[in-house]
Ligand binder design. Structure first.
Ligand code: AMP
Ligand code: GLY
Length: 416
């Protein structure tokens, strides 16, 4: 039986642990650092996800057969490079390949060079030149800080005044550190997420999903890490999916091989169906959160095989996905994504019929408590999106806590 170490401690890692726990080959799962929910399916070890040396030492001491990396910070810290150098199988991209997410300019250059459809762009380090360019383009304009800015590096500027203020922040005041800004054209259309397992030029697609980034119903309120997601997108045809697979995901995988930094993990395409066709908004070099929580419950085959094949560069067996659909609703602390309080008791989880993935919880004196902004996600799987909605909201209603809120309209596009 195999021993696996999962790195990370959010809802995404809980879904990865849950999928691994269904593998007949996997005997023992460790998760670093994990969380209170993960602890029921894996042994949590208190090591930070970016502490590469400690993770390597742990994996060696505990005869770990495979390490699976969730967060981009661990990849950007060089976890894969360090494990590979020691001959240890790891699922996750090298630091060089992670640039597809960590550098907006690198990603845009790859797309331009290889003809992957995306918004027209130009990048700048000089404030005056950036202002001159943006002033001559139509508004709104999209300004992206070139680097990991914890999701805060994208500004949609409605007019020149807003653009100038954002450019001042990013280039003159260096709010996220010294860097570049990518300025790109504003695209319109529904967004969706396409995640694929990628090993060099071999691409294995997962079902499409859609995240809900705004805090409140009707897509109102501030941007969050994601308040819910579902699969079975009503606005994407099979033709759209095949186009995105071929001209975006596969083309990008080939490009990364040609560029000498092959992918070896998940390539996440944040895509938009615009009136001019499907285009890339961003790439991530990892599983999406909360998309993973709705996608992996649909996997009917053994995820260990896929992780291990990608980690070792060997051909993988095709994945088998259910024809069912899923819907997931995030329960978040009141006040999130702004300031919020922690330490409220959560009851009723034992009444839930579907899955619960924990995001920010902890166990204290035998009680489950809130311990983060996004606290947990209920996910239901059913034959239709309407059935999944009924099931997931029945589960959400069973959870009792004085300080949680959630969106009531996940997958609203499917019911309009
Ligand atoms: P990103 O971090 O690149 O995904 O950007 C965050 C969000 O900003 C995206 O999910 C989109 O909603 C929006 N966005 C980014 N780029 C564009 C664009 N070129 N046109 C319209 N919206 C965009
Ligand atoms: N759901 C968006 C992300 O994982 O970046």
């Amino acid at each position: 039986m195999k021993t696996v170490l999962v790195v990370g401690g959010g809802g995404r890692e809980h879904a990865i642990v849950d999928a691994l726990s269904r593998s007949p080959q996997v005997g023992k799962i460790y998760c670093a650092p994990g969380n209170a929910g993960i602890a029921s399916q894996a042994e949590c070890v208190p090591i930070k996800d970016t502490d590469v040396d400690a993770l390597k030492a742990f994996a060696l001491e505990n005869a770990v057969d495979l390490t699976v990396v969730g967060p981009e910070a661990a990849l950007a810290a060089g976890l894969t490079d360090a494990f590979r150098a020691a001959g240890m199988p790891v699922f996750g991209h090298t630091k060089a390949a992670t640039r597809i997410e960590s550098s907006k300019e690198f990603a845009k250059q790859i797309m331009e060079r290889y003809g992957v459809p995306t918004a027209a762009y130009k990048s700048f380090t000089d404030y005056d030149q950036a202002v001159e360019y943006v002033a001559a383009r139509p508004f709104p304009a999209v300004l992206k800080y070139d680097g990991l800015a914890a999701g805060k590096g994208v500004i949609i500027a409605a007019d020149l005044e807003e653009a100038k203020a954002a450019l001042k922040d990013m280039l003159l005041d260096e709010a996220f550190g010294k860097g570049k800004v990518v300025i790109e054209d504003y695209l319109t259309g529904p967004e969706f997420s396409f995640m694929c397992f990628v090993d060099g030029s071999k691409v294995y697609p997962m079902p499409l999903s859609q995240d809900h980034k705004r805090a409140f119903d009707g897509d109102k309120g501030p941007n969050t890490g994601g308040m819910g997601a579902y699969t079975g997108l009503p606005f994407i045809t099979e033709q759209d999916r095949i186009y995105a697979l071929e001209f975006i995901m596969q083309r990008t995988a080939h490009a990364m091989v040609t560029e000498g930094c092959p992918l070896s993990g998940v390539l996440y395409g944040g895509l938009m169906k615009t009136p001019q066709g499907i285009k890339v908004i961003e790439f991530n070099a990892r599983f999406g959160d909360p998309e993973t929580e709705v996608v992996l419950p649909l996997l009917d085959s053994d995820i260990y095989d896929m992780f291990y094949s990608v980690a070792t560069g060997t051909p993988a067996k095709p994945l088998e996905w259910s024809n069912d659909v899923t819907m997931g609703v995030v329960l978040a602390s009141k006040g999130y994504p702004g300031s919020y309080q922690k330490g409220f008791e959560i009851e009723g989880c034992d009444q839930v019929k579907g899955r619960i993935f924990h995001m920010g919880t902890k166990c204290q004196d035998g009680k489950l408590m809130t311990a983060g902004g996004r606290v947990m996600m209920c996910v239901a799987r059913a034959a239709s999106i309407a059935q999944a909605r009924d099931a997931v909201y029945a589960d959400v209603a069973a959870i009792r806590c004085a300080n949680l809120f959630y969106r009531n309209d996940i997958a609203h596009i499917a019911f309009e």
